[in-house]
Design a protein around this ligand. Structure first.
Ligand code: ZN
Length: 501
């Protein structure tokens, strides 16, 4: 039995070595690669991904997986090995349905699409991106067909990022959440904003911002001996193993919160990846329970910690010392209100907590329409503008701040966006449980003490990696299934105080 599991782990490790190498090339593509390297890089990544996929669906691996399934049959179902075999079986069942040719083609096309998007976005040139996005929609429909019959054409796509949840369940949660969020937003806007954030929009030194952000995340628990931070146009976290978890950030010298909160956000992802138990390294379980769960960790560090008053009681004096001419005369309360200012805006990644999910719902609606063939790619900008008006009351002035703003579609990630909103909901649900487990949490944060919080997250969330389905993990931790209620309660509490609603 030991031997069978060892053989299985060895073959699995090789599959993931190839994938990690492809991811490293992807990291380089978004950080240091010269612009000319794009086409060759797309091919290199496609080759590695295809090799990885071929090994994973090979007869040799299939036989090792069957042997491993027998070997774990009598083990505790919660043991690492039993969970690993169960999860790999799920991934394997999915992968054997997808042809290697499709994987190669998909990776090649998305490599080219990414390069096209990088050029199209600053030029607001949607036309040059249309053929690429059309190709991606076609490939994603082909992908869905590998899983036919399905209830909804979007189900196989969302399953790649959020195992176990159906499109209609997400739709029901969003349909429930949207009116509450739209009503809260309207109330805030009607209240009239006297929140001044001009002092955030002045010049802040790039280097000083970076240093401050790195000190904050080091204190929260991000381990720089097993990670590093670089710059990227669209910040992301990537891991090549539990002991090499890299984050990226985007510093703006004319708007300070962008860099700090993207650093904290990515650090939240990285804490999860660095916190997975070492025995799960070199397996797909290091990627966590789901993207929604991952996002719950990043949004928790970014918002529930980073945009809270206790956090700034701890860090504001230091920030003022770092930027005395910008913030020396700004009071803590005014700073806190400024970083939480609610203002419907065009850009998802810069959206405040009151509007963020509405950006996600817009994309969710449009992706479903494209996948169902009800919306042509060429008509996307028009549909985008209509939704922006409906959800956020805004006109879209150009494609840079409209359909071209996100990297996801260029990477073929249709079905990914809903996980951002689910992450917000999961974060708030976990936070309620954490607050009852650690009654003086706010005081600890105000003392720059994150050790109890991190230990709780390590014990309850991080260490398990992808051992459990997201819905099971949430149930184990909170005793509840997914619900929007803690999130809407949190938003109301927070903004009632800031805006005196
Ligand atoms: Zn994230």
């Amino acid at each position: 039995m030991e031997d069978q599991l060892a053989d299985f782990r060895q073959l699995l490790g090789k599959v993931y070595d190839l994938r990690a190498a492809a991811q490293l090339l992807g990291w380089d593509q978004q950080t240091y690669m010269p612009p000319g390297g794009g086409p060759a890089r797309a091919q290199q990544i496609a080759t590695l991904e295809q090799l990885s996929h071929e090994r994973f669906v090979s007869d040799e691996f299939g036989a090792a997986l069957s042997a491993a399934q027998h070997a774990v049959a009598d083990l505790d179902p919660d043991s690492d090995d039993a969970c690993l075999v169960r999860e790999v079986t799920r991934l394997h069942d999915r992968s054997v349905r997808v042809s290697s040719e499709w994987v190669g083609e998909f990776n090649h096309q998305t490599g080219l699409a990414f390069e096209a998007w990088v050029k199209a976005k600053p030029a607001a040139d949607f036309n040059s991106f249309i053929p690429h996005l059309k190709q991606i929609v076609v490939l994603r429909r082909q992908y869905a067909e590998f899983f036919a019959p399905y209830e909804h054409v979007y189900d196989p796509l969302i399953a790649e990022f959020e195992p176990g949840i159906k499109t209609l369940e997400v739709k029901a949660i969003f349909d429930d959440l949207r009116p509450t969020q739209v009503a809260l937003l309207r109330e805030i806007v009607e209240r009239g904003s006297d929140v001044n954030d001009d002092f955030l929009h002045i010049d802040y030194d790039d280097h000083q911002q970076r240093r401050f952000g790195e000190e904050v995340i080091r204190q929260i628990g991000y381990d720089f001996d097993r990670g590093r931070q670089d710059s990227a146009a669209h910040p992301f976290t990537t891991e090549f193993g539990i002991n090499d978890v890299r984050i990226t950030t985007r510093i703006k010298t004319d708007y300070m919160p962008t860099g700090l909160f993207s650093t904290m956000h990515e650090a939240g992802h990285a804490l999860y990846a660095q916190g997975v138990k070492q025995s799960l390294d070199r397996t797909p379980l290091i990627n966590g329970a789901s993207l929604g769960f991952h996002e719950s960790q990043s949004r928790m560090i970014e918002n529930l910690v980073g945009r809270s008053l206790p956090f700034w009681r701890a860090y504001y004096p230091q920030l003022q010392q770092t930027f005395p001419s910008q913030l020396g005369s700004v009071k803590l309360q005014d700073f806190y209100r400024a970083i939480n200012k609610v203002k419907p805006s065009l850009i998802r990644t810069e959206a405040d907590e009151a509007t963020y999910n509405l950006h996600v719902m817009l994309r969710f609606d449009l992706e479903i329409s494209m996948m169902r063939g009800e919306l042509e790619v060429a008509d996307l900008p028009e549909a985008w503008s209509a939704k922006m008006q409906e959800y956020l009351g805004l006109d879209v002035p150009d494609h840079t701040r409209g359909v071209l703003q996100d990297v996801h579609w260029s990477g073929g990630s249709i079905g990914y966006f809903p996980t951002y909103a689910l992450g917000n909901l999961i974060a708030a649900q976990l936070w309620e449980t954490i607050q009852s487990a650690i009654p003086d949490l706010e005081q600890q944060i105000a003392n720059k003490d994150f050790s109890t919080l991190l230990a709780w997250l390590r014990e309850n969330v991080h260490q398990h990696g992808g051992k459990f389905k997201p819905s099971d993990l949430l149930q184990r931790i909170t005793g509840q299934s997914l619900t929007a209620e803690p999130y809407t309660a949190y938003l109301r509490r927070k903004y009632a105080e800031i805006y005196q609603l």
